[in-house]
Ligand binder design. Sequence first.
Ligand code: HEC
Ligand code: HEC
Length: 369
Amino acid sequence: MHAGMAFEGGTSRPALFVGAAWAESHESPMIGELEGITFDLGREALPEEVAAWNIDIRPDGQGLPVGSGDVWTGEEVYIENCAMCHGDFGEAVGRWPVLAGGWDTLTHEDPVKTPGSYWPYLSTVWDYVHRAMPYGQAQSLTDDEVYAITAYLLYLNNLVDDDFELSNENFTEVRLPNEDGFFMDDREEGEIPAFSEEPCMENCKDSVEITMRATILDVTPEEEEAEVTEAAAETSDEPATEEAAAEEAPAEEGATEMAAVDPALVEEGEGVFRKCRACHQVGEGAVNRTGPHLNGVLGRTIGGLDDFRYSGVFEEAKAAGEVWGPENLGAYLADPRGAMPGTKMSFAGLRSEDEIAVMIAYLSTFEAQ
Ligand code: HEC
Ligand code: HEC
């Protein structure tokens, strides 16, 4: 920004662009309409100057000059002006761009994008060659030469026969194969309405159902040990024996209370069973879900249900003929992964001896059906 001028809209742009930026950031579209500000720069462009810049050719042929050229003429002009870089057949010399082929490569990791394989409209070929080629001598070709080269490029891409002549008359009849690979930005109809809807902020669902709790899912591990990953747990087929046996001891206290099935304990146990219900069913009609049904689990062989797929560690316990009793069940519920390393049960464990005791009391009331 130059000293003394206080335009908004830019600090480091060249002076000429400051005006444009200023105009953009304000309602008024025309610099000339800006009240009280004159730039006193430049002059009106001459029609010739505008014409010299206004050379774009549009897909519908708008902007094309009158003219024509055939494949054979095109080959000659091309060999003379283009082949040293792009190769006689558009195959490219060295690392200059390839102008032919590449069909069926667009879905490859390294697609060959040529006018034949990739470009949507022939107008781009004409425009580009006319505007920018030959490299280093841009805009040195006559319009007819550009028509002829464009015809030759179509021929190299197997899109026309060798007797083809291209002109401003038949130009728009030529369609490039990948035209449909381009489409208009349709987000206005698709995404924008979908994302512009009023979001529902209250009473959005008739009923709310809690299917799982974070603590049960183990997304908030209570202790370091709980971080053993599911994957590790599932693949581990290590025998559990020694470790499991060693850790079964601590739950003894809770287990002993089981003998007398006190209704108060059972009732409490029913409450604690809420932590298990996401995966286990008990009672009439109980079926296997994420976990096996638990009817008659006390006294049942570990991993003993035929129609449930247990983990390796459970299969081993079953093979060894181990049976669920208050002790080993107490240990398992206190620390499933510690007691049965590799178990599929993603449950952090019951926290207190009391909970374990009431749980075992509760489970003991369900007989095998
Ligand atoms: C001195 C080497 C040279 C010559 C001669 C030359 N070109 Fe090129 N051409 C290039 C380079 C370099 C590019 C890439 C330019 C870029 O990406 O900015 C290119 C790009 C092109 C492309 C676009 C390729 C693409 O896929 O992006 C076309 C079409 C093309 N040239 C046609 C021609 C034609 C027709 C002639 C002859 C009239 C010609 N070129 C002469 C070097 C050359
Ligand atoms: C996230 C699901 C899930 C939760 C929560 C869960 N369990 Fe399990 N439970 C399982 C899975 C899976 C198995 C099978 C273990 C294996 O194969 O390693 C299992 C196995 C068992 C077994 C052994 C059954 C048999 O047939 O050998 C018992 C007993 C058990 N769970 C009790 C409980 C109790 C009690 C609770 C609640 C305190 C509980 N589970 C919470 C998934 C769960």
